[in-house]
Write a protein that binds this ligand. Structure first.
Ligand code: COA
Ligand code: ZN
Length: 312
């Protein structure tokens, strides 16, 4: 496989990031963040979730957020949906894309959406029908795709079975989610190759969390297998409230910085992303793990007077 020359970056911070914050972020602030991401040239944004407001109160204002976003441009505004009720709400709001999700492992699916994997899959048939009636594309995400914090390794045949189901439902593509950062480069390569072999027509996106520091290394493994869709969050904020030890996604600025240094085009303005991540840090009131937002790109040089000279 050759590496892609262009990558579609999906910003998931407003959803994966803000769902994990203990404090509710005001609707107006969420809208401003999404609008800033649009201005920065981000091609696709997971702006929120149509899930139960009791399960994730941080995102209860999803419809108001969508209403307030500047929708005049070409940025794809996608929302997470767990069931038919969520699909109806998403269609009523007029989102550009629906992202359905289940976990590859039974125990995490039960924790996250209170269903068996089979029950989720059956429910997605109705989601697919509701979305198709309004010509809204659906992406099917498989969470805990590279390992489950309760069950350990996930058999790739399970990924194949779910992906097959997604394909039959007419989904536009699949996303493999590494919910608690259990992926490693060999695991990523093996899963991606297996799915490319069994379902060559189904585009694959990768969603990594940097929980064990392997986020960008896993992106490299994905790029080497020809993957050109990656999720990331501003400042590296994020984590699933229904998985133990879950921490943030790979960081959007760090990902975009790396891709640009590799001459891989994203269409995103790195400097604008750094400004947004710095604002997010102020909004949530704690340090974020992003690194380029702190150090700047490598050729952001410094005056020699900015540090002391070592004197022995
Ligand atoms: N949007 C809004 N409300 C919803 C909903 C949706 N998509 N789906 C269900 N509800 C409401 C129901 O109307 C019902 O409300 P009521 O008690 O006032 O009548 C209540 O939630 C319970 O419905 P039920 O279908 O029995 O859901 P549940 O309790 O089994 O929970 C989910 C299932 C999927 C709704 C819930 O687990 C959930 O929202 N999970 C999301 C988890 C998540 O976002 N994780 C992070 C992403 S990885
Ligand atoms: Zn995630």
């Amino acid at each position: 496989m050759t590496r892609p020359t262009k990558v579609e970056v999906t910003e998931v911070g407003p959803r994966d990031g803000l769902q994990a914050e203990p404090r509710f972020v005001e609707t107006e602030i969420k809208i401003q963040l999404v609008n800033d991401l649009i201005d920065a040239g981000v091609p696709r944004i997971e702006f929120s979730s149509f899930v139960s407001p009791r399960a994730v109160p941080q995102l209860a204002d999803v419809a108001e957020v969508f209403e307030g976003i500047d929708r005049s441009g070409s940025t794809v505004l996608a929302a997470l949906v767990p069931n038919a009720k969520g699909a109806v709400r998403a269609v009523d709001a007029g989102v550009h894309e629906i992202i359905v999700f289940l976990s590859a492992s039974e125990s995490h699916n039960k924790k996250n959406v209170n269903r068996s994997v089979e029950e989720s899959l059956v429910g997605f048939e109705e989601v697919a029908r509701i979305a198709a009636e309004s010509s809204i594309p659906v992406q099917g995400v498989i969470a805990t795709a590279f390992g489950c914090p309760f069950e350990g390794d996930v058999p790739i045949e399970q990924l194949g079975r779910i992906a097959q189901h997604y394909s039959k439902l007419g989904f536009k593509g699949i996303g493999l989610g590494d919910t608690t950062g259990m992926a490693t480069p060999p695991i990523v390569r093996r899963a991606v190759k297996y799915l490319q072999d069994t379902l060559p027509e189904l585009p694959i996106g990768l969603h990594f969390h940097n929980t064990r520091g392997l986020g960008l290394v896993n992106v490299m493994a994905g790029l080497d297998e020809g993957i050109d869709q990656f999720d990331a969050s501003f400042g590296g904020i994020g984590g699933c409230p229904f998985a133990p030890k879950a921490t943030g996604n790979i960081c959007t600025e760090d990902l975009v910085y790396m891709l640009h240094e590799m001459n891989i085009d994203t269409g995103v303005n790195l400097q604008a992303l750094i400004t947004i991540a710095t604002q997010v840090e102020t909004i949530v009131g704690h340090n974020l793990p992003g690194q380029v937002m702190k150090a700047g790109p490598r050729l952001d040089l410094h005056s020699m007077t900015s540090v002391a000279t070592a004197q022995g």
